[in-house]
Design a protein around this ligand. Structure first.
Ligand code: ADP
Ligand code: ZN
Length: 210
C-alpha cells in the first residue's frame, strides 16, 4: 500500500495509509509552458508503474501535435483519447479504470466539474491539468470551479521570457480575436505579472545566435 501511494507521486496521499482510500480530484493549474502536461504525464507514468489502470483524455479542439497522445512542449507524451465533450469522458471510462487523466481542462464545458465529481465518487483518482487564466488574465472556466472542488491543487509556473522571473501569465503575441486560439510559442509567451499586458503584445526579441 505504501509503495502504491509513493508511486502515485503525491506525498499528501501517504496520510491515507491504512484506510480504504476513496477517489479524489487533483488539479494541475498554471500558465502556458509552466509544465502542466509534463507534471500530468509524470503522474500518469508513475500510476502505470504502480500497475493502476489508467485512461487519459483531451479535448478534440487540441490536436496540435497528435490525435492520440497528449504531448508536452518538451516532447514528453502519453497515449490519450480525443473527446468533444466532458460527458463523453464519462461514457468512455471503463468500470475497472482507477486513474483518469485529463489535459487542457479549460477547453471543456462546465460539465467537466460534475464528471470529475462523479468519477471521484466512484473511487477514481482524477487528475486534471489546465490553464487557469486566459490570455487577458481572466479565470478560464471550468478551471476555477475545478480548483474549488479538488482535494489537491498544484500551481505550476513558467519562466518569464522578458525578465526571467516566475511567470503566471500567457501573453498572446499575435493579433487574433477570440478566447480560444490554440497555439504554442508562435502565438503565446510566458510572462510575469510585471511584463504581462492583457491584450496582444509584440513578441520578445531573442538575442541573435552568434
Ligand atoms: P504546459 O502544459 O504548462 O503548457 P508543458 O508541460 O507542455 O507546459 O511544457 C513545459 C516545458 O516547456 C518546459 O519543461 C520547457 O522545456 C518548455 N518551455 C518553453 N518555454 C518555457 C518558459 N518560458 N518557461 C518554462 N518552460 C518553458
Ligand atoms: Zn517578467
Amino acid at each position: 500500500m505504501v509503495e502504491r501511494l509513493m508511486a502515485e507521486g503525491n506525498d499528501e496521499h501517504l496520510a491515507k495509509v491504512g484506510h480504504d482510500a476513496p477517489g479524489w480530484i487533483e488539479v494541475i493549474a498554471g500558465s502556458m509552458f509552466s509544465g502542466k502536461s509534463e507534471e500530468l504525464i509524470r503522474r500518469l507514468r508513475r500510476a502505470r508503474i504502480a500497475r493502476l489502470r489508467v485512461q487519459v483524455f483531451k479535448p478534440e479542439i487540441d490536436l496540435r501535435y497528435s490525435r492520440d497522445h497528449i504531448v508536452s512542449h518538451s516532447e514528453m507524451r502519453h497515449e490519450s483519447s480525443a473527446v468533444r465533450t466532458a460527458g463523453e469522458i464519462l461514457e468512455l471510462v471503463q468500470p475497472a479504470t482507477e486513474v483518469v487523466g485529463i489535459d487542457e481542462g479549460q477547453f471543456f464545458d462546465n460539465d467537466l466539474v460534475e464528471v470529475a465529481n462523479t468519477l471521484a465518487a466512484r473511487g477514481v483518482r482524477v487528475i486534471i491539468a489546465g490553464l487557469d487564466q486566459d490570455y487577458t488574465g481572466r479565470p478560464f472556466e471550468p478551471m476555477p470551479q475545478l480548483l474549488a472542488v479538488a482535494e489537491y491543487i498544484t500551481k505550476t509556473h513558467a519562466i518569464c521570457v522578458r525578465c526571467g522571473q516566475p511567470a503566471n501569465y500567457s501573453q498572446r503575441i499575435v493579433e487574433v480575436e477570440g478566447r480560444v486560439v490554440v497555439g504554442a510559442s508562435e502565438t503565446y509567451e510566458a510572462r510575469c505579472r510585471r511584463c504581462f499586458i492583457p491584450h496582444a503584445d509584440t513578441p520578445t526579441r531573442y538575442p541573435e545566435e552568434p
